[in-house]
Write a protein that binds this ligand. Structure first.
Ligand code: ADP
Length: 334
């Protein structure tokens, strides 16, 4: 190595790695550093760094390199490996069964198990994730990409952040497709697992997601009510017909635990979803009771999975089972 390239490498080595792996040279982010006629050119790998942090990194690199005496100009080419995300679609037969609540808490629980998780709220009829996750600000734009916000360790984008509340209901195919595209192709950083909270039923958003982004699996949320299950069956059929493995059923609002006397009653019946999962040969991921605390926590933007109560444990178990099923589906077991 010539003296000047050694000085260039040393200067680059003073820049800390935003990913927390020492400096950018030891983190392997620099390739092909060269100096010719006073012009330094380097290739900087920005994989896993948010678009919002890339500009700051570029400035830091530029400042470090220009400080080398023989260098008068710095050229930086940024490259990024496309991180392949595992997409898990969360659907339900009908609205109001707690699909969004389960999606949010599942995403947080997966994050607490050490996964890098994104949550994409594609429910055009009732985009509720910003409220549930307590993250209602407008998302930032960086390099024409919308940047996922962060809440409870999860990256989040919602169709509700692109449109005025209440207007999406009038959307049809192409518009929902392009909105979904903007969210999907947003800046999700190093997200490995993306939970997509779908609208209820079997409409355009489901079709577009399946055809364009091919989820690794689908999770169906249902109440124990028979009617919900009949609707849920239609959603299950859609995924199966389109070759998306249904990797789990979650029974929500199963049994009501009275906050005063502690007695558990079953307003919607109990066990129906588990029995139906058995009949349909779908893994049963778990049961979440109907509790006042879940509803209050969701309304207040404090999902119970982020806490350390009993409900956090339930979502953790569901998340663990989901990961097992994702692995099975990936190895062709479903
Ligand atoms: P969906 O996405 O299926 O339309 P939501 O997740 O928005 O349903 O839930 C509908 C309502 O039910 C919300 O007010 C939510 O707080 C409440 N909810 C969901 N699951 C539970 C539960 N297990 N216990 C109590 N309330 C719940």
């Amino acid at each position: 190595m010539s003296d000047e390239s050694a000085r260039l490498t040393a200067a680059l080595g003073t820049v800390p790695d935003p990913g927390g792996r020492g400096d950018i040279v030891s983190a392997g982010r620099i390739s092909a550093p060269r100096i010719k006629d006073g012009i330094a050119s380097i290739v900087l790998d920005v994989t896993g760094i948010d678009a919002s942090e890339r500009a700051a990194l570029e400035r830091a690199v530029r400042a470090a390199v220009i400080a080398v005496p023989e260098i008068s100009e710095v050229r930086i080419a940024m490259t990024s490996e496309k991180v392949e995300k595992t997409i898990i679609a969360v659907g339900s037969g009908k609205g109001g069964v707690g699909k969004s609540t389960v999606s949010a808490n599942l995403a947080i629980a997966l994050g607490r198990l050490g996964r890098k998780v994104g949550l994409l709220d594609a429910d055009i009829y009732g985009p509720s994730q910003p409220r549930i996750m307590g993250s209602t600000g407008r998302p930032e734009l960086a390099e024409k990409q919308i940047v996922a916000a962060r809440a409870y360790g999860v990256r989040l984008l919602s169709i509700g952040q692109l449109i005025e509340p209440g207007t999406a209901v009038a959307w049809r195919g192409p518009m929902t497709g392009s909105a979904l595209g903007q969210l999907m192709e947003g800046d999700w950083g190093d997200t490995e697992i993306m939970i997509v909270d779908l609208p209820p039923g079997t409409g355009d958003v489901q079709m577009t997601l399946i055809q364009k982004w091919k989820p690794a699996g689908a999770v169906i949320v249902s109440t124990p009510q028979d009617l919900a299950l009949i609707d849920a069956t239609r959603a299950i059929d859609l995924f199966r017909k389109m070759d998306v493995p249904v990797i789990g059923l979650v029974e929500n609002m199963a049994g009501y635990s009275c906050p005063h006397c502690g007695e558990v009653s079953d307003p919607f019946g109990n066990g129906g979803a588990e029995a139906a999962a058995g009949v349909m040969a779908i893994p049963f991921l778990g049961r979440i009771p109907l509790t006042l605390s879940i509803r209050e926590a969701s309304d207040a933007g404090f999902p119970p999975a982020a806490g350390d109560g009993e409900e956090a444990g339930m979502f953790r178990t569901i998340a663990e089972r989901l990961l097992e099923q994702v692995n099975r589906a990936a190895s062709g077991g479903l």
